[in-house]
Design a binder for this molecule. Structure first.
Ligand code: CIR
Length: 260
């Protein structure tokens, strides 16, 4: 099984393209400002690098407006990587763009062939299992195909459900350490984290759940002071990053990198 408390040595990111203004969104709350997004992205990459990890920075892809959200294209495990099959048709082509990079860094790269769909944002790897949330982007067939692949590597997959109206499972949760999950109350109430230690985002700060633990840091979106304070008091070293522009496209801290 994966030890999620291990040190990450690498991450993959992709610079936002000018076409980001055409990125998918559930609700239109304004057009993302590319310059502001680029500045926040640079801060994000610099924070990952500060931990000593190597960050593979991929160039922008104008033909894929959502390509900055690299997490959805693959699952990276210690034994190998699995290329996903996004449920959003406009994002399917992002996978082929990620494939050469994963083949460079992994000996074993598999792919979800379909007919099912699955996106990386619906997958949370903990110390004991791989949780996959069915959602509008991830269906039963996609989950089963992933189960077959990763069971060969000794991983146990548990299917769970992303709450209605929530884009991805990890929109509402993140792993803080081997046993601890940061979650919104609404997701925790579904019972999917039984047996784990769960810390809740503060009321009204649900968007803070899409954070990541990367080596010594817990990287959170800016603007959620009560959740940040709770994490700080719980002993985590919190770094807050402006997420205003990615939030307009339903994106957050986890979506912006593949970590392994
Ligand atoms: C999308 O709708 O696919 C993008 N606008 C946002 C993807 C966010 N990714 C993630 O939560 N892993």
């Amino acid at each position: 099984m994966t030890d999620p408390t291990f040190e990450f040595t690498r991450a993959i990111t992709r610079k936002p393209a000018a076409s980001i203004i055409d990125g998918l969104r559930a609700e239109d709350i304004g057009t993302p400002d590319l310059d502001r997004m680029l500045a926040a992205h640079a801060h994000y990459v610099e924070t990952l690098k500060k931990t000593g990890a190597e960050v593979i920075e991929l160039p922008p892809l104008e033909e894929f407006p959502d390509a900055v959200f690299v997490e959805d294209t693959a699952l990276c495990l210690p034994q190998g990587a699995v290329l996903m099959r996004p449920g959003a048709p406009s994002r399917l082509g992002e996978v082929a763009e990620m494939s050469p990079t994963l083949h460079r860094v992994y000996d074993d790269v598999r792919r979800i062939e379909g007919p099912g769909h699955i996106e990386g944002g619906d997958i949370l790897v903990t110390g004991r299992e791989v949780l996959v949330g069915r959602s509008d982007r991830t269906d039963a067939e996609g989950v089963e195909e992933l189960r077959n692949i990763i069971s060969e590597w000794g991983h146990k997959l548990r299917e769970v459900f992303t709450p209605p109206g929530v884009l991805h499972f990890k929109t509402d949760c993140s792993l803080l350490d081997g046993e601890t999950i940061l979650s919104t109350k609404r997701l925790d109430e579904s019972g999917c984290f039984e047996g784990y230690r769960v810390l809740h985002t503060a009321e009204g700060e649900e968007a803070a759940a899409n954070s990541i633990r990367f080596n010594q840091f817990v990287i959170c979106p800016d603007g959620f002071p009560r959740t940040a304070e709770m994490l700080d008091k719980a002993g985590y070293e919190v770094v807050q990053i402006d997420n205003s522009e990615c939030a307009k496209l339903d994106g957050g801290m986890s979506c912006l990198s593949l970590r392994f």
